[in-house]
Design a protein around this ligand. Structure first.
Ligand SMILES: [Zn+2]
Length: 470
């Protein structure tokens, strides 16, 4: 048997919706070295199995291309796990569950910090230790002179005490044991975000926060701790201040890439003239421009600026994007189509009736779906649920899933690499607990991610904590 016929990983006995152009449905897929090497029936794929192959029996469950979230604030998601607010905890078990969830997503050793603990709900030291054996814990009471800690925190503070409730100087020792860079330890913060994204079936993130994180992302990737691909965008003005920032780099990989700039249109009269010039300069440098626009004027001004760039710089596969693109005048939709502009939209963010998805999709508009996490949860099933339960402007499950996979891949110039389950593509797939194409659509949000695979590697398996942030 030729070497390429061996697989590292096989999923069989599945309902694989490949989301390819023909919407092929298969039952098995074989993966080798991070790529899909075969898609077909169980019998066809069995040929790729050796004693070293990991075989996942899907038990008929739904397998889809991994979700690609086109609009995320990555450090915001990571910082959900930087403070455990307990004001709404009603019982000791709520407190323990909260600590356990943080311990699930935070890297080992990172402190679990929190506040507003009601002393009535104080867990014992053994209870905190049992859910957080690898992370020091320090949680403030309602009373700002008292904290609860765990054994690791006592050890870090060199406090040989038999109490885990600290006041006065022991409290000061414990506080001083927290690393000074805790709030700016971007590697740890991103690692938590990536672990949480993986638990939600998100295999690619497009980070629209205007910061440059590639140095941290690459480091995590080298350590095997980056569980989601990231397309890292920076602010347009960051690039204007230093034109070395934001460019694609030689060290870019399919895991960590740059090349996009973000701006926010304000919707004021005349801004399109200045924006057109600024976007034209970025476009000339080969960068992709993403513009946040909400409301009719911001959208219209952004489209005018894009038209100016096309007139100035000529035809090019530039894939201009409007982020949110909500409440655009319907008269402007033709301009979106003529200029091949991508609408990067967040169905769970703006709510029912905000936009007429049905008309947009029927016109074959390029739409990429995302969440806008950390504004809301990153869960793609929430967005798909809302897009198909949108009243008269609803779209089909197929259209919503396509926008959250292939549509988002196209929006980051990666549709040749991901967005469908096809031979040669990156092995990014997700398995769900129920077939969202067949169940009553009002239950889609109750479906859960069972397995997430990125680059052929299982990065999440259920059984771990899957409780939602919001
Ligand atoms: Zn945003």
């Amino acid at each position: 048997m030729p070497a390429q016929a061996f697989a590292d990983l096989i999923i069989k006995n599945a309902t694989i919706r490949t989301m390819d152009a023909k919407r092929t449905v298969a039952s098995a897929v074989a993966v080798r070295d991070g790529r899909i090497v075969a898609v077909g029936s169980d019998a066809e794929i069995a040929k790729y199995q050796t004693e070293r192959t990991r075989v996942i029996d899907a038990k008929k469950r739904l397998v889809l291309p991994g979700f690609n979230d086109s609009h995320v604030h990555l450090t915001g998601v990571g910082n959900w796990f930087s403070h455990l607010g307990l004001a709404r905890a009603k019982s000791k078990s709520d407190v323990i569950t909260g600590i356990k969830r943080f311990a699930t997503y935070l890297p080992k050793g990172r402190w679990i910090l929190g506040g507003k603990l009601d002393p009535m709900n104080l867990p014992t030291l053994a209870e905190i230790d049992s859910v957080s054996p690898d992370n020091p814990v320090l949680i403030w009471f309602n009373d700002p002179n008292t904290v609860a800690v765990n054994s690791l925190a006592l050890k870090a503070a060199k406090l040989p005490l038999d109490t885990h409730v600290l006041r006065g100087s022991p409290l000061q020792f414990a506080k001083r044991a927290i690393p000074a860079n805790n709030a700016t330890n971007w590697g740890e913060i991103i690692e938590a975000a990536s672990k949480y994204a993986a638990a939600n079936g998100v295999t690619s993130i497009q980070d629209v926060h205007s910061d440059d994180l590639r140095i941290y992302l690459r480091q995590l990737d080298r350590q095997g701790k980056l569980l989601t691909r990231v397309y890292d965008c920076v602010g347009l003005s960051n690039w204007e201040n230093d034109t070395r920032v934001g460019l694609p780099e030689k060290t870019d990989t399919a895991m960590v890439r740059g090349g996009c700039l973000k701006w926010m249109a304000e919707g004021v009269d005349g801004e399109e003239v200045e924006l057109g010039k600024r976007f034209a300069a970025a476009d000339k440098a080969g960068l992709q421009v993403l513009v946040h626009a909400i409301g009719p004027r911001s959208n219209a001004n952004t489209l005018s600026a894009f038209e100016y760039v096309a007139a100035q710089n000529g035809k090019r596969d530039r894939r201009f994007r409007i982020e949110h693109a909500t409440r655009m005048r319907s008269a402007d939709h033709g301009r979106v189509l003529r200029n091949d502009v991508i609408m990067s939209m967040q169905p769970a963010l703006f709510g029912i009736g905000s936009d007429d998805f049905r008309t947009l999709f029927s016109r074959k508009t390029r739409v990429a779906f995302g969440s806008d996490a950390s504004m809301i949860d990153i869960d793609p099933l929430e967005g798909i649920h809302d897009a198909v339960n949108f009243g008269p402007s609803s779209i089909s499950v197929d259209q919503a899933v396509a926008a959250y996979t292939f549509g988002s891949a196209y929006a980051e110039f990666q549709e040749q690499e991901k967005g469908t389950i096809e031979v040669g593509k990156l092995a990014d797939v997700v398995m769900l607990s129920s077939d969202i194409f067949r169940i009553d659509r009002s239950f889609i949000r109750d479906s859960r991610v069972e397995i997430t695979i990125v680059n052929g590697r299982v990065v999440f398996e259920s059984g771990e904590d899957q409780s939602q942030m919001h």
